[in-house]
Write a protein that binds this ligand. Structure first.
Ligand code: UTP
Length: 277
């Protein structure tokens, strides 16, 4: 049974400098909750309770966030402020948290390979990039939707969405055959294609289920775009040898790795999810 979910959280978050100079971008709050907590809640809802964090230098706050703060607990226990700790207590009780460090930022593929020691080869595992915030209005989160599909197809799955044609160069893009509505067998994938060469506008977002053979494939994958080891290149190989599915998820995704996406998410969560009383 799938239990593990990997969170690559080692990136520098340069687009949020100077805020991210000494604070991890994954700890930026969307209203009152850090981005990474939204991701972990989504994993736990999907039954992926073994949370594996690939961190880096300057990311200690993330590990601390998923641990008990005795002093704080002591200070506010029994007061009206107790309620503010409820959501994080729930997460801490539901999950286990392990960490390893990516020493050099050599790309998402490399970050995932660094997590091999935590997730092992027993079963497929989820990958959540917490700077993509996904919300589905109280229904199944994106990862829960993907776990259901994995049980049916038993192969790697990437979450995709249609993006405007002039934005395809920011994403990994797939070419596939549609099997059911919104479900594709991936034929090939390309990372950040030039706008006029993009094979489709189906863009991969930060949710994956990967089968463990991906690790050997990543090991063999040379650096690609920007000199980084790209997960898209490894998935492209996996798609040509075996099976990768692409799934048009239900829900809304916010690119919280960019300032405009982050502000949009903040307004949306404040209007639709935050208890203003
Ligand atoms: P991004 O490229 O969006 O994140 O990587 P970044 O590098 O932190 O942000 P900018 O571009 O400098 O603003 C997508 C995800 O992959 C992780 C990042 O933490 C982010 O969640 N990542 C990326 C790693 O963990 N290691 C890497 O080497 C690269």
């Amino acid at each position: 049974m799938m239990k593990k979910c990997l969170f690559p959280v080692a990136g520098y978050g340069t687009r949020f400098l100077p805020a991210t100079k000494s604070m991890p971008k994954e700890m930026l709050p969307v209203v009152n909750k850090p981005l990474v907590q939204y991701g972990v809640e989504e994993a736990i809802q999907a039954g992926l309770t073994d949370i594996a964090l690939v961190t880096g230098r300057g990311k200690r706050a993330i590990a601390d966030h998923f641990d008990i703060s005795y002093e704080l607990e002591h200070q506010i226990a029994g007061t009206s402020k107790d309620v503010y700790l409820e959501s994080i207590r729930k997460v801490i009780n539901a999950g286990t948290f392990s960490m390893t460090r990516q020493r050099e930022m050599k790309g998402l593929g490399h970050a995932i390979l660094t997590g091999e020691v935590l997730v092992g080869h027993e079963d497929a595992f989820g990958v959540i990039l917490s700077d993509d915030l996904c919300l589905n209005n109280g229904g199944d989160g994106v990862m829960a939707q993907m776990v259901k599909l994995y049980k049916q197809f038993r192969c790697s799955i990437v979450a995709v969405m249609e993006v405007p044609a002039d934005e395809v160069d920011k994403y990994g893009v797939i070419v596939g055959t549609e099997l059911n509505k919104g479900l594709y067998r991936v034929e090939s994938m390309v990372e950040k294609p030039p706008i006029d060469e993009a094979p489709s506008n189906l863009a991969v977002i930060g949710r994956y289920i990967l089968t463990p053979d991906i690790f050997d494939i990543i090991r063999e994958t040379p650096p690609g775009k920007n000199g980084e080891i790209q997960i898209t290149d490894a998935l492209n190989k996996q798609a040509s040898d075996g099976c990768v599915m692409a799934y048009k998820f239900k829900g809304r995704r916010f690119d919280c790795g960019s300032v405009p996406g982050f502000v949009e998410a903040t307004n949306f969560v404040f209007e639709n999810y935050y208890d203003k009383n």
